[in-house]
Design a protein. Structure first.
Length: 338
């Protein structure tokens, strides 16, 4: 990409990350991202850099005006670009332009492209922490896509080693691993190693007693328990493994909502309201409760696709003549006759 075109793309990405893009600009950016895997990886890395710097919250700590001045001086040295007057006397830059200038300056001096910047920030390992109430997605430098549930964290190297792709997970994430038979992808989570060559699967360590759950959607996965006597199992699409302190339990998955936090599709077939509430709390990071056992025992059948929690609760209450009571962030389901 030519320098001017590249800088324009950085401006557009910065504008997007600063939530200042128009609808047309967002479409333009999405089209560029979807052109090829290289663009997708580049965007993901820029987004990671943005979040590492936390520019929106640390503006006072970063002299972006000074970064712009340095960038402007470099531009003025280019004979093909008209010399610019001091920006402070001519116009006021939008916030996203200052951020873009800062990133372009880093790119120009070789920080981002060489990964030196990332290593300076956090040593040899990078860390991505998912925010609340949304599915967060990143693309690793091998093309692997990782989708994070709330409050999950991934530690990974800026560059994978020549013989393996090793990462460390805390929380829950869905992995769509890029195929590479010569370099296995290994996830370390609590007392468990998960090894794959190219597949898609879900890993959940948000369970009691340090349990780890692995569900395979496509491909083949090897799960190894490291504590005590080491034991490994190989699981296939539709299989689920639960690793405890003492054993590995392998079963066929019967939970249709096991990755609903990612797909936002919930399927209930004669399910107890107790289990329905459990799934809603997990998928929407909500705090719903019910203390009436007769209500918890009710059976519910329905399918929801990309519906908000309020709509779902309204349907449940209408079906069983119930109502909700809200106090702060707590939602309680009670009988409508109360």
């Amino acid at each position: 990409m030519k320098t001017t075109e590249h800088n324009e793309k950085w401006n557009l990405i910065a504008k997007h990350l600063a939530n200042e893009c128009s609808e047309i600009e967002n479409i333009e950016l999405n089209n560029w991202i979807n052109e090829n895997i290289e663009n997708e990886i580049e965007f993901s890395e820029i987004k990671n850099d943005w979040e590492i710097l936390n520019l929106n919250n640390t503006m006072k700590e970063i002299n972006v005006d000074n970064a712009w001045d340095k960038l402007k001086n470099r531009i003025e040295e280019d004979k093909n670009i008209i010399t610019m007057n001091d920006k402070r006397t001519e116009f006021r830059l939008p916030v996203y332009m200052k951020y873009a200038a800062f990133f372009i300056m880093l790119l120009g001096i070789g920080f981002l492209t060489s990964k030196v910047y990332k290593n300076v920030v956090s040593g040899k390992m990078l860390e991505y922490v998912a925010s609340n109430n949304s599915v967060n997605e990143i693309v690793l430098n091998d093309g692997t896509k990782v989708y994070f549930n709330n409050n999950s964290k991934l530690s990974y190297p800026a560059q994978f080693s020549s013989d393996a792709r090793k990462v460390k997970l805390t929380g829950e994430a869905f992995f769509d691993v890029a195929k590479n038979p010569d370099k296995p992808f290994i996830i370390e989570v609590q007392n468990t190693d998960i090894k794959v060559l190219g597949t898609s699967f879900n890993v959940n360590s948000n369970l009691p007693d340090h349990q780890v759950e692995v569900f395979v959607e496509t491909g083949i996965v090897q799960v190894t328990k490291k504590n005590g006597e080491e034991k490994s199992v190989v699981i296939y699409p539709g299989d689920k493994v639960t690793v405890t302190k003492n054993q590995i339990n392998q079963t066929k998955n019967s939970d249709e909502n096991i990755i609903a936090w990612k797909t936002k599709t919930l399927v209930f077939k004669e399910e107890s309201l107790k289990n329905v509430i459990h799934d809603l709390n997990k998928v929407y990071n909500s705090n719903i409760s019910c203390n009436d056992q007769s209500i918890l025992d009710l059976r519910f059948t329905s399918t929801f696709k990309n519906q908000d929690i309020d709509s779902i609760l309204s349907i449940i209450c209408l079906a069983f003549d119930l109502k909700i009571e809200e106090l702060d962030n707590q939602i309680t389901i009670v009988s409508n006759t109360n």
